[in-house]
Design a protein around this ligand. Sequence first.
Ligand SMILES: [Cu+2]
Length: 150
Amino acid sequence: MAPTDLTALTKSLKLMKTVLVALFLFSTLVWAEDHSVQSRVEKSRLTEKQHFEVRFTSHLDPIVINTIHAWTLHIQHRSGEPVTDALVRIEGGMPEHDHGLPTRPRITHNLGNGEYLLEGMKFHMGGQWQVTLSIQQDKILDRVTFDLHL
Ligand SMILES: [Cu+2]
């Protein structure tokens, strides 16, 4: 092999290594971002009877224990049309510990466009939590449960 070939080969190997390292770092970053986002923004979830699609955004990011915070809920019909006149009741707790939420969170503002401000959220210990939203609109009553691991 001529020395120039060897130099070229070394160069391309170096380049390949750089590309691989960059790809690895990038995928790690994407993975980490994906997972951190999951804790505060739930992807749309269908209610049990499939009337509504619901997602929430926690104003506390990430959600930590013993801190009162708010969520914004987004409720829409399956057609994508926002549900602007829903009544929402919130229940939650730790199924493994058989206790509820330490506070009584409730919707304090209808923000319009299918968005609702939910205030008074608080989780007082680490572990598996469930938050159930009962949504009533007109004569439709449906519910959805979100699982959170804190
Ligand atoms: Cu508990």
